[in-house]
Structures are given as structure tokens and as C-alpha cells.
Design a protein around this ligand. Sequence first.
Ligand code: ADP
Ligand code: MG
Length: 728
Amino acid sequence: MSTLRFYAIKETLSRKPIKIEENERRSAIFGANVFNEDTMRQYLTKEAFVSVMDATQNGSKIDRHVADHISTGMKEWAISKGATHYTHWFQPLTGTTAEKHDAFFEPIGNGRAIEKFGGGQLVQQEPDASSFPNGGIRNTFEARGYTAWDPTSPAFIYGTTLCIPTVFVSYTGEALDYKTPLLRALQAVDTAAVDVCKYFDKNVKKVNASLGWEQEYFLVDSALAASRPDIVLTGRTMLGHSPAKGQQLDDHYFGTIPTRAMQFMRDLETECMLLGIPAKTRHNEVAPNQFELAPVFDEANLAVDHNSLLMDLMHKVGERHNFKVLFHEKPYKGVNGSGKHNNWSLTTDTGVNLFQPGKTPMSNLQFLTFFINAIKAVNDHEEIIRAAIASASNDHRLGANEAPPAIVSVFIGEQLTNVLSELQNVTNGKLSPEEKTDLKLNVVGKIPEILLDNTDRNRTSSFAFTGNKFEFRAVGSKANCANPMTVLNTIMARQLIDFKIEVDALIKKESLKKDEAIFNVLREYIKLSQKVLFEGNGYGEEWEIEAKRRGLSNHKTTPEALKAKISEKAIKLFEDLGVMNRVESEARYEIEMEDYVMRIQIEGRVLGDIARNHIVPVAVRYQNILIENVKGLKEIYGKDFKKFGQEQLNLIEDISEHIASINSNVTLMINERKIANKIGEIDKKADAYCNKVKPFFDDIRYHCDKLELLVDDEIWPLTKYRELLFTK
Ligand code: ADP
Ligand code: MG
């Protein structure tokens, strides 16, 4: 096995990476494969162009006959770029993207054919919904589903296919994808935020949520990855002893990017440019062979699409460079896992970032309003936020010896902590002229425009304010960002609506001035949000105790965390804001719980197979070599053989003990799986998988990893961490 292993590496290294146009300016190719504003101007009639822009910016409906004009222009453009097919591109709840290609080509009789793409095909399609996760929606309603064009995310060409971003809904209108609730949440936060902005600036007509994700990932040589059934089937290693060297020397983070990884990145970035994904930053991460890619932030819906597209793209570009890309949150035990920080802010159509302090006291009051409302929203809905990032793979990070913890808390830095504590002392009711002046000059007026320097110190917080945005750090690297973005924008919308009601009431009933009313409400919010504000070490055990005392949730496993999704509070929240109705919330819960069960089930099967069919036979083989050796020693030395053979005898016994433990644990695990599989209710089933089946993983792994240290390297059946992590 050893020689084969290294042969594979040589083979892949000798292959030439794809040629990249080195001298082409990136800005010149940016968006070349996107049906963006410039391209639309060129290919669409004036009427069609205006109609698309209006739909994009104001959500207006597109007329059927205009849709025909748009599709014709789109088709001409796509064909000029070499596209032969089109597809409705959507994000079902499987966690990957979906596409079904149709050719433009259409026979018209007499052996002739044309290229055709009508408005109807652009606007709506009917993929079979029954093969996608639907959480029972299909049974309750109709089997059919349809995809509908989302004009707010531009069409693009991927390979030779024109991709049209779409939402995916059941025939009765229930969301079957990630995008539909996200669009509804963005609409809700837009409306609510505009209403609050009007206190400060009457000209604001639209507020956009922005998202800047940071994608972490591992690269592993594809031949090596293919030699590991666990990586192939579960995306992570389920066993493998830590190598002699891990990340303890801190020599990978921000280090020189290895050559093959660099070629992959350059190739990937070129593809990103063509697709209009504004890839900006690349660097080594903490663990060996771990990296990060971050774009310039964008409007949240577009940013979500870009992230989904990027993850798909990375697999494809990886193949060219003989890399498998691992998005799993914890592909290797004992080294850093991967996350996807979601940087989130709200921006007005007048160009103001609402999470950025301004130049004047009034703009700072606006900043404080949005800042404090965001904190209050997280405070009141921490459990729902935790549920938004729950998955079998993210469980390996959150609450499991890895940053950040499963507790959601907000870090804001010393400076803003001081500001909030001063605001807590604002007088109840009307403010004296002196107090107003003091607030203006010394509290609100003192917030510096640039807070970036003193806020980003605490890396242990799951939700940190970083100067002009909140950084939600607990999102998993594999996750679709739509889920956390839907929740964040929904709770913010809820909070802003409540805020406006309270402020208006104070103005009306108590005849307070607008800014007095705002100060009064904010003061109460600060008091009410103390639970979630935490500046200390989020990894410490003391925080777990303190968080519990404060009444914060600390759900370490997915089945536990997901329950918040179907609490009456959550259902009402999403229903009231028109983001998801009860059926949709319940369906999502069902789908995610099922996903959890299936993933643990697959992992259990894979681990059982590797342990029993790969490792135990090899351990027996090595044990036989030792037995032969002892027999030989006995033959030579007679009853004195122990003088030379005692260690071998010990090894033989150790191996037997590990084999016995593996075998009995695998049997016990299989039995627990059988019991779990018979359970009908999904929450009980998920609990069983979590608490009865999964605990065996560690025991089985422990004995396999011990055997790895005992058995001859030459015959060990699995590629070791040493090669997976350090082959560049
Ligand atoms: P890191 O977390 O690695 O230290 P930064 O804090 O500098 O990096 O921010 C990284 C990400 O934040 C980038 O992807 C960037 O696009 C995004 N970002 C910056 N400003 C905003 C904003 N106003 N809204 C959303 N995302 C933003
Ligand atoms: Mg970050």
C-alpha cells in the first residue's frame, strides 16, 4: 500500500495545471459570463431593460410579453458565448444546487431546427418536486413543484449552460428551497428598516441587507482522498491517528501558499471573475492544507447565490488540479475545523451603512438605533439563531472543543460597552436640555467614525460587532448561508417593527420629542439585552456556567438545537413576518432532522465497514506475522524464547484486545441502529441516533487509532493523516 500511495502522488503532481490567462486584467473579465446591467442594455429592448431593472430594484412584476423580449435577448447573448443549453438553477434543501438542462435546439419539421427560448421557459418550469426533500409538504398538498425566475440575481453562463437563478416552490406556494424564505426575509427587513430610517432621513426608500461570507476549506490530493472510503462517503475522516506534527508550530496560518494550491486558487479566481463573484482575499488557514477565500461583500441574496455557485465551482476546478475540496466542518480530528463567517450589515439606498457610526450626533443616533436593535434581536432569539446553524457536521465545531461555542453571545468591544452603559442612565421620560446636550456632545458625539481597530480582538464570540458590521462566526463551512441570513434578517425586521411601535407610542402618548423617545426605548433595550452581551472568553468553562445562569441556551447537538425551529415563538415569528408559514417551518424542521439521521446513519455504516472489513483483517494479518515470529523464536530458543519474544507476546495480546473492543462495539452500534431505525417519530429517532448510535464512533475510533500505532505501516489499509494533511 505504501508504495502505491506515493506513486499516486507523483502521478498527480506531474500533470500540468490548467493554463490561465496571466496577462488579462481581472477587471476586464469580471462578469463576462453574467447577464448584468451592461449586457442587458446591449441585448434587450428599452422596454425589456426598464422592466427587468424595475423588477430587480422594486420587485415589480414582469409582463408576459416583455418576458418574451427578455428571453430572446438572453438567448442571443448566451448563444454568442457558446451556450447550447439553459437551466433553472435553484437551491433545494439537499444542501447542493440543482439544475436540469434543456437545449435551446428545437426541431421545426422537415429535418430543420432552430434555437428557441421563450418567455414562458424563462419565467417558470416544472421540475419533479417529489425527489427533493419536502418534509411532508408533498403529501399534504400536491406532488408537483415549480421553479420561478428570480430577477434580483442575474442569469449567468456556467460552462455551456445559461443558468437562470430561480426559487423552488410547491404547487400551492410553499417554499421548497433556501431562497424563497430568504427573499421574503429580505423584503421584511427592508420594509421595517426603511420605516425606522425615516426618523433620521425621509429620503430613504430601500434598505438592503449585505453579506460578506468567508469560505474556509481543506484541499486534499484527490488520489489520496479516493483511497479513504470515509472521505468519499462522508466528507470527513472517521478515523486516523494524529500525525507527529499537526498545527502546533503555527506555521501554516498566513504562510506561503503551496504551489499547487496557488495554481488551483488562480484558476478558481479566474472562473470567479467570469461569473461575477468578487473574490478578493485568499490565504492559508490555521490547519495544514486549510485555506480561505473571501469576496467583497454584496447584497445578501446575490451573495448567497455566489457562495452556492462558488462551492460547486470549487469542486470542478479542484478536479482539474487533482484536488478534492473538503467543506466539512471537521474533516480531521485534532486540527482546526472550518467555518464560514457571515459578515452582515444593512445599507440604505442613500449609501449609508446603518451599522457604521457617522460624522454627526444624529447619524450616530441612527447607528445606535440599529446597533442596539440588532443586539436586542439576537438577545430575544438566540435559540432560533442557534437552530439556524445546526447540522450533523457543524456539531463537531460548536460545543465540541472548537471555536465558537454553541452559546450565542454578542461581543461589542470596550468602547461601545461604555457607550451602552452611559445610555442606560438616560432619564425616564423627558430629557432636560443639559442632558440632551451632554448626550449629544459626550456620548453619541464621542463615538468615533472608525471603530474597526478596537473591536475585533475577541475571536471566541459567536456573534461579534466588528466596527461596521456584525460577524456571525458560528455558521458552518458546508452550510448554505441563506439559512442564517433568513433568520438574522427576520429577527431584525421583527425587532425594528416593535421598536417603531414603542417610539411612536412615546411620541404620541407622552408627547416626547422624537430623539427623546428613541433614547428612552434604547435605554430599556440595553437593560433587556444584558443576557446576551459578553466580552469574556467564550471557550472557558466559566462561560458555560455563567451563560446557564443568564438563561442562554447551550445546545451542543443538532436534534436538541433544531427543536427551537418549531417552538410556537419561532413559528409565530416567521408567520407574522410572512417569511414562512407553519407548514413551511414544520417541514424544514422535519427535513433537517431527517438529514441529521441519515448522515449519522451513513457515518455509522461507513465506520463499521472500515473497522471490521479493513482494519480488523489487517490487524489479524499482522498478529499472525508476530505469532509466526514467536513460533520461530521458540523453535530456536526453546523455553528461553521469552527472553527475546516477550514484547511480541505483549503486542499479540494488545492487538487481540483492540480487535475484541472494535468487534463488540461495532455489534453494539449496529444493534442500536436497528432499534433507532424502527422509531417512527423523527425527533425520537434523531435523539436515538445522537445519543445511542453516535457515542460508539469515538470508542471504535479509539481502538482503530491505537491499532494504527501498532500495526506495520507497510500493510496498514488506510492513507494516514501524515499524507492527507501534508501532501502539497
Ligand atoms: P476577517 O474576519 O478574516 O478578519 P474582515 O473582518 O476584514 O476579515 O472581514 C472580512 C469580510 O467582511 C469580507 O468578506 C468583507 O467583504 C466583509 N465585509 C466588510 N464590510 C462589510 C459590510 N459592511 N457588510 C457585510 N460584509 C462586510
Ligand atoms: Mg471573519
